[in-house]
Design a protein around this ligand. Structure first.
Ligand code: GCO
Ligand code: MG
Length: 409
């Protein structure tokens, strides 16, 4: 079999997505996700200008060889753009291989290790009544694990709170990238946040009881000592995890957090290779790996990363917000089903237009996801519908402290 074409399709149904479609001389096609929120066109160009010409004529079955070739022959290693582009190729090739085998991808990865994939959803509110309503709505949708994000008194706009209006005045419902020509500016105050959050978790536990797994995302905004203090303060509320408590480029910082708290830690959605996790995993400084298949070089690299983590009893918590396309989500679900050290899967649910562009065969029943039994990934791209939604510039917001200093968002 030979690759005869590779097309980069940028489409913006509810938000921007970059999809790679690889076609073989035998008529099989495979899809890969290369979406990098707020920087989509860089990946599209990396693929179309530099990668697609290298793919034509190659044997699509040689996935490991293609991965190593793209990673090493570029000379310039790592980075989100490169790794998203490699991921798009890798996932598309796995899609083709599984279609050629007539099997759902998880079968090629070793078969199912569980019957379903526990997913968590995003509840949020500006105050407690709104937050409780949101948690109840998620429970009604079937979710059995819930991420909790709230507004903080004194801060105007906080990451992850859906009901607050975006800069265009519209509710931005879990879609942090806003369709504006410039990034929106939000504000931040760590002391106010650290005071407020434990009270919120106390109220949520009192209302919903001790059983419900609860998660929280700190979105890289704390220093190590602040993160240590928060982890400790949240211990009575038995979190499933505290996510991205510090900007973890400095992996050693997590030693300090770990010394002070038994709250489980999840890190890694902004990372893109196993190298970003070396200290974190070897020293067992985290409990969950948060990488996305899309941003970490695809199934091939994620499998190796998660196998490395497994040696240290560290589990998966694969990134699954709306900026991971249905193709990237499907790739995550096949991997989730196959690996032994599965932890939990984030599942934010795409909008109706996105679901029209990407026809999907995965299911969500009683809180559990399943990738379905279609050969390959089980996702089809309707290119005609996709063409109706051209790229729209959109940026993630950023934070400033009260004195104007730029802060992690
Ligand atoms: C999460 C993430 C996202 C990111 C988004 C940025 O835990 O789901 O923090 O909400 O902010 O993916 O593009
Ligand atoms: Mg996060």
């Amino acid at each position: 079999m030979k690759i005869i074409a590779a097309d980069v399709i940028v489409s913006s149904p509810d938000r921007n997505f970059v999809t790679l479609k690889i076609t073989t001389d035998e008529g099989l096609t495979g899809l890969g996700d290369g979406t990098l929120n707020g920087r989509e066109l860089s990946v599209a160009s990396y693929l179309a200008d530099h990668v697609v010409p290298l793919l034509i004529g190659r044997d699509p079955h040689r996935i490991e060889d293609t991965w190593q070739f793209l990673y090493r022959s570029a000379y310039w290693r790592r980075g989100p753009v490169t790794m998203a582009a490699i991921a798009a190729v890798d996932v598309a090739l796995w899609d083709i291989k599984a279609k050629a085998a007539g099997m759902p991808l998880y079968q090629l990865l070793g078969g199912a290790s569980r019957t379903g994939i526990m997913a968590y959803g995003h509840a949020s509110g500006r105050d407690l009544p709104e937050l409780f309503d949101s948690i109840r709505r998620h429970l009604d949708l079937g979710y059995r694990s819930i991420r909790v994000q709230t507004s903080v008194p004194g801060i105007n706009a906080v990451y992850g709170v859906a009901a607050q209006p975006g800069v265009d005045g519209k509710r931005y419902d879990y879609e942090p990238a806003q369709r504006t020509p410039l990034p929106a500016e939000e504000d931040w105050d760590s002391r106010a946040y650290l005071r407020h959050l434990p009270e919120v978790f106390e109220a949520v536990r009192n209302e919903f009881g001790p059983e419900l797994p609860l998660l929280h995302d700190g979105h890289h905004r704390m220093t190590p000592i602040q993160a240590a203090r928060l982890g400790k303060a949240l211990e009575p509320y038995d979190l499933f995890w505290l996510e991205d408590c510090t900007p973890a480029e400095n992996q050693e910082a997590l030693r300090l957090v770990r010394q002070h708290t038994t709250t489980p830690l999840a890190i890694g959605e902004v990372f893109n290779t196993v190298w970003d996790y070396q200290t974190l995993i070897r020293e067992q400084l985290i409990d969950y790996v948060r990488s996305a298949v899309t941003h970490t070089g695809g199934i091939t690299a994620m499998r190796k990363l998660l196998d490395f983590a497994a040696q240290y009893q560290i589990k998966s918590g694969i990134h699954g917000p709306t900026d991971i396309s249905p193709v990237g989500m499907a790739a995550a679900l096949h991997l989730d089903l196959a690996i032994h050290n599965f932890g939990i899967q984030e599942y934010m649910q795409h909008g109706a237009l996105t679901n029209e562009v990407f026809r999907q065969s995965f299911t969500f029943t009683d809180g559990y996801l399943h990738p379905g039994e279609q050969p390959g990934l089980g996702v089809e791209l309707d290119e005609q519908v996709a063409a109706r939604f051209p790229y729209v510039p959109a940026y993630l917001p950023f934070n400033r402290l009260k004195d104007g200093t730029v802060h992690d968002w």
